[in-house]
Design a protein. Sequence first.
Lengths: 375, 321
Amino acid sequence: MRFLALLIAALMACAAQAQDTIKIGVITDRVGVSKPYSEPATEGMVFGASEINKKGGVLGRKIELLVEDDQSKPDVSAALARKLIDQGAVFILSVSLSPATQQQQTVTMEAKTPQMTPMNSADYLTTQLNNPYFWQTGPLGSVQIATLLAHAKSKNLKRVALITDNSDLGQAIGKAFRGAIERAGIQIVDEEVVPLGTTSATAQMQKIRSANPDALFVAGVVTATNVLIFKSYRELGLKFPIHASYNLSVPIYMTAAKGLIDGITFVDAYDPEKAEVKAFEAAYRKETGKEPVNLHGYGYDGIMMVAEAIRKAGSTDKEKIRAAMQSMSYEGVMGAKGMKYSFPEGKRAGFDPNGMVVRVYEGDRQGRVVHVGQK
Amino acid sequence: MRAGGFVFFKTNHMSGLLRWLIAAVVLSAAAFFMGEYHNDVYRKLLLWVTLALGYNFLFGICGQVAFSHFAFYGIGAYSIVIFLFQLHLPFPIAVLCGIALCILFALAVAIPSTRLEGFYLALATLALGQLFIVVLNEGGSVTGGTGGIANYRLPELFGMRVRGPWYTGVIVLLLVFTYSILKRLDDSWFGRACRAVRDNPEAAAAMGVDVARTKVIAFTLTSALAGVAGMVYAFVDNTVNPPIFGIENAFLLLFMVIVGGAGRHAGAVIGAVLLFLLPFWLSPLVGHHHALVFGVLVVAAILFQPGGLIGLWDRFSRSRS
């Protein structure tokens, strides 16, 4: 009898412990193709969670992040979503590959578990499946291109050249750029592809030089080939401006393309002059001793919004969290000054279409904002 | 030695049939004792084992270094989804069309490839694998582009929808079906012909083996089996997308067969189980360094144990007896 009482006491203690924290699942990539994006975003989340916990947590309970590595494999990713749900996660944050996030959705939809990607940009994530438990706050690919084009229009460009690499994503973005440029009534005078593994882009850049464009659009996403493009641009002494895809917002260029990138404009979702960004960067530096980059901001905003949703829901009931999330309006680190994430009229892609900015490299640093939104 | 060529399940093989049945029941029953997560990992593991068995026949037994196995897995998966939900064909016809498509593609690759061997076959099939991914990404509304196809469910059959652990049963049947075919073939004249072609094509030809025909049949058959596995995969998560069928998975399959022991069915099973589960086991212990362990394991297997892990087991059991 005493043994039974002890057992019950032990079980209750375990249950109380389980009650202690609010579990949030994170699916990231530590070894695969999206590692360069996923890792900083995850670090941003870990930092955000520690900040929340320092201030007493949410609903009087601490937040516990359960981080899983899917290696950018969508099938593994879906299995991990099941694991996190089995372990009691009330929300899943996805910062791996877009198709991985999509495959997780087949699980969260069935298990009615709230899920959000604070970073993925694929347009199909909220349109392909009617999953009321899923939100996306990463800026959509279509918004990125529209913002870059709006900036180009303000420069009154008439004739432009387009260059990309032959990776899957590079080709896809190149195609999207071409469509958007043509729709804007701007003439494409030359289009070049730099194959992966090549050692020089000089031939392509010479052809572009002879076409004499007003500006060059760089749609490539592979760092090595983009660096070759910028190198040839400098060597040939070209003067037309370069407008680059979102890929140039990845911090690697500040070191990999040293001395080559001054003056290049690129689309981003991060304004270093924004008050929230300054506060975030100072706090991050103080806590970790490391320099934050824009990608950290995505993860930070993600965990902050989830905490806010749980706070608003007043409980960890998944249905209440879902409702709180859908009615959310939140101003975070990412986006132009004053931008708020919101999901009006049942929409689940929450990044404001006018919230992206165009920035310019100043020396080797990602510098000031030169254009905001699609206008 | 068993004579009898291609005849499956002869009456004196009834006990064999019973063995298959018991294996299927045991493997399926296991699914009912697992949680959602373990069931999902189990399902995906069984699919990898199925693929590894087929690839082992092609690479390990027939000696063809081909990287198209995952492309056929993908052709199967995408074709069943497209036939069922875009062309709205009835289920059995969609399955048959999917298999026919795989066989057609396999023949289209295999017949010209008989002129190629070793390195050149590897390159040709590598190109096919890459091309397949490009087609998937560029396929517009037919393939769904980079996002693939989602938002579909397994149609009801006889008023029932197979799901959860019951669907694991379907995958077990696929595995047992694939293995029984490959085992029968391996034990038959055809299996010996394949091994002869692998070891010395000239000698095989001198002994009356039609080398080209043997190669084409082995390639087409294993590719079609991969296609069927792909059809089953399509309903595991009810979504298909390009990264699943990428070329790195074709390499992983090759490593599974090599680490396990090329040319041996048990080797393929061991390799697939080990390399698929490795990240799941090691991630909580060593974090992302599991990729390093994977690399060391593959290099060690190639350098020190060309017979694979099953070779180690052979040595162990020999020394014991």
